[in-house]
Design a protein around this ligand. Structure first.
Ligand code: GAR
Length: 219
């Protein structure tokens, strides 16, 4: 490892599908020469398109398939072992569609970050865009947050919002929100890589040089 690499913060990225957030992060990090290294991309699905993309980029990859384990606990234990081998500073959930056990979350406390396709705390869980349309919300968006034990909750690092068009379909809304995800997740990763994000004892997020709240909006 060169001296320059030694200064890089180490990121493991967990994906289950397309990996478009992963791609955006890696592409921007390379272009901006951020002080980070994606030390491994791990998927719970061997056929995840994002995994093939990572392999094509020459990134180290691994598959930990949830079907190979009898319980959620066993899967999370195996996953944690694979992750810890690479000694990551941060573990990014980027479309990783598994509910994690409390033990796993505790093991990676303050190192585990997620992106969720809604303005949390609204619409935790699945089918966020359909539920936002059904609820008739005026604003929708996405959130990057530290992960805590309760699903899709935790200290918010950044959000991006858009005004919902009354004629939107689930598909068009999902596409617009994904574009916002591609704006904010790389930004957060850049801050993390630069050592600018701090979580205090009261679980408040502080970002050096960035005024709060960290929200982007698109009308
Ligand atoms: C993204 O929209 C992400 O917010 C969502 O999965 C998609 C993954 O897209 N994650 C969740 O719903 C987690 N609760 P990608 O694989 O193209 O990055």
């Amino acid at each position: 490892m060169t001296d320059a690499n030694a200064l890089n913060r180490r990121f493991v990225v967990l994906i289950s599908g397309q990996g478009s957030n992963l791609q955006q992060i890696v592409t921007e990090a390379q272009a901006g020469q951020w002080p980070l290294e994606v030390v491994r991309v791990i998927s719970n699905r061997a056929d995840a398109p994002g995994l093939a993309w990572a392999q094509a980029q020459g990134l180290p990859t691994a598959v930990v398939c949830h079907h190979d384990y009898d319980s959620r606990q066993d899967f999370d234990d195996a996953l944690a072992k694979v992750i810890e081998k690479d000694r990551p500073d941060y573990v990014l959930l980027a479309g990783f569609m598994r509910i994690l056990t409390a033990g796993f979350v505790a093991q990676f406390k303050s190192r585990l970050i997620n992106i969720h396709p809604s303005l949390l705390p609204a619409f935790t869980g699945l089918n966020t865009h359909a539920r936002a349309l059904e609820a008739g919300v005026g604003w929708h968006g996405c959130t990057v947050h530290f992960v805590t034990e309760s699903l899709d909750h935790g200290p918010i690092i950044a959000q991006a919002a858009l005004a919902v068009d009354r004629s939107a379909s689930v598909q068009t809304l999902a596409e617009r929100v994904l574009r916002l995800e591609h704006m904010i997740y790389p930004r957060v990763v850049q801050w993390l890589a630069q050592g600018r994000v701090r979580l205090d004892e009261s679980n408040q997020v502080h970002i050096q040089g960035v005024a709060q709240p960290h929200i982007w909006s698109q009308l």
